[in-house]
Ligand binder design. Structure first.
Ligand SMILES: Cc1cc2nc3c(=O)[nH]c(=O)nc-3n(C[C@H](O)[C@H](O)[C@H](O)COP(=O)(O)O)c2cc1C
Length: 200
C-alpha cells in the first residue's frame, strides 16, 4: 500500500518513505489508510503507542519525605496532561537510559548543607558525559525544599541543568520543609507545564 508524503505529514519523519506495507513482516501491519486520505485511520496499537508516548521522568531524593511529596505532586500534574507517561524514580535508582528515553525531566532535592542531596548529585555525575550531545534542549523543571526554604538547592539544580543544556519548561518550586497546599499546587502546575513541553 502506498501513501502520499502529504498524507503522512502529520506523522512527521516516522513514515518518511511514504510507503506502508501490510503483511506479517511489516512493523506497521495493522495500519489502515483510506484511498484518498483526508486523514489517516489508525487501527494500530503501534500508532496508539506513538500518540501516548510523551514520557516525563521525575528524579528526586528525600530523607524525611518532604521532597517526595513535591515529586508526587509533579507526577499528578504531569499525568493530568492526556497521553503522558510518568516515570518517578529515586535518584540512586534512576539510570542513564531513563534520562535518554524521556521527553522531559523533573529533578527534586532537599537542601543538605546548602547544596543538593548527594544521591541526586550522583545521578548528575553518572549521566553527564554519556548524555552529552543527546539531551540538549530537553525540557526540565526543578523543585527543592529546605529548612530555610529550598532556593539554595533550586539554584544548584538550575546550574546543573544548564550544564546539561536542558531547557527550562516551568519555574522552579521551593518549599520551607514540608510543602504547603499552595506549594503542592505549584508543583502540580509545573508538572503540567513540563508534560505539555514534553508533548511538543
Ligand atoms: C544533613 C542535613 C543537612 C541540612 N542542611 C540544610 C541547609 O544547609 N539549609 C537548609 O535550609 N536546610 C537544611 N536541612 C533541612 C532540610 O533541607 C529540610 O528538612 C528538608 O525539608 C528535608 O527534605 P526531605 O524530607 O525531602 O529530606 C538539612 C537537613 C539535613 C538532614
Amino acid at each position: 500500500m502506498k501513501a502520499s508524503p502529504k498524507a503522512l505529514a502529520p506523522f512527521g519523519s516516522l513514515f518518511s518513505t511514504g510507503t506502508i506495507r501490510a503483511g506479517k513482516d511489516s512493523s506497521v501491519d495493522a495500519l489502515t489508510i483510506s484511498h484518498k486520505p483526508k486523514y489517516i485511520v489508525v487501527r494500530s496499537s503501534y500508532m496508539q503507542m506513538v500518540k501516548t508516548m510523551a514520557k516525563v521522568l521525575i528524579v528526586y531524593h528525600t530523607l524525611s519525605g518532604n521532597t517526595e511529596k513535591m515529586a508526587q505532586a509533579f507526577a499528578e500534574g504531569a499525568k493530568s496532561i492526556q497521553g503522558t507517561e510518568v516515570l518517578i524514580k529515586k535518584a540512586f535508582d534512576a539510570t542513564l537510559e531513563d534520562l535518554l528515553e524521556c521527553d522531559a525531566v523533573a529533578v527534586g532535592s532537599a537542601d543538605y548543607f546548602s547544596y543538593i542531596a548527594g544521591a541526586l548529585k550522583d545521578f548528575f555525575d553518572r549521566t553527564y558525559y554519556p548524555s552529552q550531545g543527546k539531551v540538549a534542549g530537553k525540557p526540565y523543571a526543578a523543585f527543592a525544599t529546605g529548612g530555610r526554604g529550598g532556593e539554595t538547592a533550586l539554584a544548584v539544580l538550575d546550574r546543573l541543568c544548564t550544564s546539561f543544556k536542558f531547557k527550562k519548561a516551568a519555574e522552579g518550586v521551593a518549599a520551607v520543609r514540608s510543602p504547603s497546599t499552595e506549594v503542592l499546587a505549584n508543583c502540580r502546575d509545573a508538572g503540567k507545564k513540563l508534560a505539555s513541553a514534553a508533548a511538543t
